[in-house]
Design a protein around this ligand. Structure first.
Ligand code: SF4
Ligand code: SF4
Length: 68
């Protein structure tokens, strides 16, 4: 299974990665914010991740790291 690391404190909640995920397992939290006040990225079901790294490529701030 792929491993994803999210540097939540650097996420600005833009949602681009959410749109890029072919498995639809990424979402912005509705409750958790970082110190900048942005709703942060969460993975709903890591077992569904195919390690395609679309999310990492799409993120303009390199918040996501995908290892496979
Ligand atoms: S690596 Fe691919 S499947 Fe996994 S969360 Fe990112 S976009 Fe979705
Ligand atoms: S693309 Fe990057 S900055 Fe935007 S929501 Fe996703 S992880 Fe956060």
């Amino acid at each position: 299974m792929a491993k994803i690391t999210i540097e939540k404190e650097r996420c600005k909640g833009c949602g681009l990665c959410v749109l890029s995920c072919p498995k639809k397992i990424l979402a912005l939290s509705e409750t958790e914010t970082n110190r900048n006040g942005y709703f942060v990225l969460q993975v709903s079901d890591m077992s569904q991740c195919i390690g395609c790294a679309n999310c990492a490529v799409m993120c303009p701030d390199s918040v996501i790291c995908v290892e496979r």
